[in-house]
Write a protein that binds this ligand. Structure first.
Ligand SMILES: Cc1cc2nc3c(=O)[nH]c(=O)nc-3n(C[C@H](O)[C@H](O)[C@H](O)COP(=O)(O)O)c2cc1C
Length: 221
């Protein structure tokens, strides 16, 4: 790609963060509620595309570490929900090691949120409900694509999509395939990060204690 910035040394770029600050007494006692406030602000802020996009980091002994973006599709007191292919790399990682980490970055607000915890599959009903709500094209794509597996050509995927379309052409409601569904990350720690001048950022972390109560601590930037 050729553009005017091609000679720019971006490694020397320095941006001072000054949009906001984080005061412990102003945070909600419940980190999920606090997260909802921040997510609402991110959704309402211009220049944040895909505010529900989050990095998901997983691990398995045999494949090692990996991370990728997924979309947050559900959030309540139980945790953070995303949907994917149950045969994908991430799903295989999670079947081996059910701990994962999420990371959100809302640049225009100079905010990051990190979430850690155990991951469980959502109920079949929850996956069915979400699958049903997706556009037909996305449903067909989810069925046709063997996510994370090598494929011979893009044409092979188009052919498979045509096969799936043909198979379901007389059905108004396409059933969810068993290899596709949701996961819920049940948080044990959530950290809210607000950029501050001179890299002296605010970091407030909620840790879930053995009694189930959340304890907030301030971390060094
Ligand atoms: C902004 C964004 C959102 C995405 N959302 C999802 C998602 O919700 N579910 C999903 O399976 N893949 C999603 N993807 C694709 C994944 O990043 C990834 O390519 C795919 O899930 C395969 O990952 P894996 O091979 O590690 O399992 C998204 C990608 C981007 C860039």
């Amino acid at each position: 790609m050729n553009n005017n910035n091609s000679n720019k040394n971006f490694l020397d770029d320095r941006k001072d963060y000054k949009v906001g600050k984080l005061i412990m007494s102003e945070l909600d006692k419940d980190p999920i509620q606090q997260f909802k406030y921040w997510l609402d602000e991110a959704v309402a802020t211009e220049n944040i595309i895909e505010p529900t996009a989050m990095n998901l980091a997983t691990y398995s002994q045999h494949e090692g570490l990996s991370s990728r973006m997924v979309l947050l599709k559900g959030l309540d007191d139980r945790g953070f929900v995303f949907f994917t292919n149950y045969d994908s790399r991430k799903a295989q990682d999670l079947s081996e090691y059910n701990q994962a980490a999420l990371c959100f970055w809302w640049g225009a607000l100079e905010r990051q949120v990190r979430v850690e915890g155990e991951v469980v599959k959502v109920s079949a009903q929850e996956s069915d409900d979400y699958f049903k709500s997706r556009p037909r094209g996305s449903q067909i794509g989810a069925i046709a694509s063997e996510q994370s597996k090598p494929m011979n050509s893009y044409q092979a995927l188009r052919d498979e999509i045509a096969n799936v379309e043909e198979k379901y052409k007389d059905l108004v409601v396409i059933p969810r395939p068993g290899f596709w569904g949701g996961y819920r990350l049940i948080p044990s720690a959530i950290e809210f990060w607000q950029g501050r001048p001179n890299r002296l950022h605010d970091r407030l972390k909620y840790n879930k204690g053995a009694d189930g109560d959340w304890v907030i601590e301030r971390l060094s930037p």
